[in-house]
Design a protein around this ligand. Structure first.
Ligand SMILES: [Fe+2]
Ligand SMILES: [Fe+2]
Length: 296
């Protein structure tokens, strides 16, 4: 039996504020699913201390993924130690997760392009520069036809609530237009600790092809958004449709406070090819609380 290629998105774990039971539950989830690649979409630590990065690195190693793609979030730059913030904002991050702040991963199934949207001179906000937009577009243009193409930013390009509008990525309009034209399928993000999947086509102009915002909640931190449990996303290539028709499913897996397992709570199947269809025709959604029992 062959299994569908699988990507695990972990966002905003904020090590230093982690819930030990959720950490263990996520390690178990990863072991059970053995993802091809784990994507950390920023805010890996709470205060960018060496101890927090050491704990995060050890956690990443325990997941047993073949590859890890990580980008920093605003919390991964020292906030109160001004010298470190100005002179070596990514020093501790690099020691734990490597020198490359914008890693690229590719396989037969996935092309994952990380973008560092943090800036030492900004507090929480993120931005993407013209040079970064072009570099990502150039790499997208060399994607293999069968690959699902993901760009990872920390701050979201799209939000669903008015109170989150201030958290949107600066430069997002140019980025979405350029990356859509260059063939991107999904933009993965975090930062607002609110998981959702939404179409970008229709929300941005121009956005010439089907493209999706995939946001993850906080994976294991106590910094929960009101009413939201800890959660991660699992992305699978939809094996039933074969690799010739590019599609993938986005599954949200939740871990309620005090629970010792992540359980599948929602599944969205995204058709990715570029027909100018209404997004509602390209996405099938199901909330599946009944999976709670089946997946425990
Ligand atoms: Fe965060
Ligand atoms: Fe953040």
């Amino acid at each position: 039996m062959t299994t569908a290629p699988l990507l695990l998105q972990i966002s905003d774990p904020h090590f230093g504020t982690e819930v030990p039971t959720a950490v263990r539950a996520l390690e178990r989830l990863a072991r059970e699913h053995s993802p091809d690649v784990v994507v950390f979409s920023g805010d890996i630590t709470q205060r960018a201390t060496r101890q927090q990065f050491d704990a995060a690195r050890a956690f990443a190693d325990r997941l047993g993924a073949r590859d890890v793609v990580a980008i920093p979030g605003n919390h991964d730059i020292p906030l109160f130690q001004l010298g470190a913030r100005l002179l070596s904002p990514y020093g501790r991050y690099r020691r734990a997760f490597g020198d490359d702040l914008e890693p690229v991963f590719e396989s037969d199934a996935w092309l994952v392009i990380g973008v560092n949207t943090t800036r030492w001179y900004r507090h929480e906000d993120g931005e993407v520069s013209t040079e970064q937009i072009e570099r990502v577009a150039e790499r997208l243009s060399r994607a293999r036809p069968e690959q699902v193409r993901l760009v990872v930013t920390h701050q979201p390009v799209l939000v669903t609530r008015t109170e989150d509008e201030k958290n949107r990525l600066h430069g997002r309009e140019d980025a979405v237009a350029r990356w859509s034209a260059a063939g991107a399928d999904l933009i993965l993000g975090g930062h607002i600790h609110l998981p959702f999947v939404r179409p970008l086509q229709g929300a941005f102009t121009p956005c010439p092809r089907a493209m999706w915002a995939v946001q993850a909640g906080t994976a294991v931190s106590t910094r929960l958004r009101s009413g939201q449990p800890n959660s991660v996303n699992i992305l699978r290539r939809a094996s039933s449709m074969g690799m010739s028709r590019r599609s993938c499913t986005v599954e949200r897996w939740d871990c309620a406070m005090g629970d010792d397992r992540f359980v599948r709570a929602d599944v969205k199947e995204l058709l990715l090819d570029d027909a100018a269809l209404s997004p509602s025709l390209l996405m099938h959604s199901s909330s599946i609380p009944s999976f709670r029992g089946a997946d425990r």
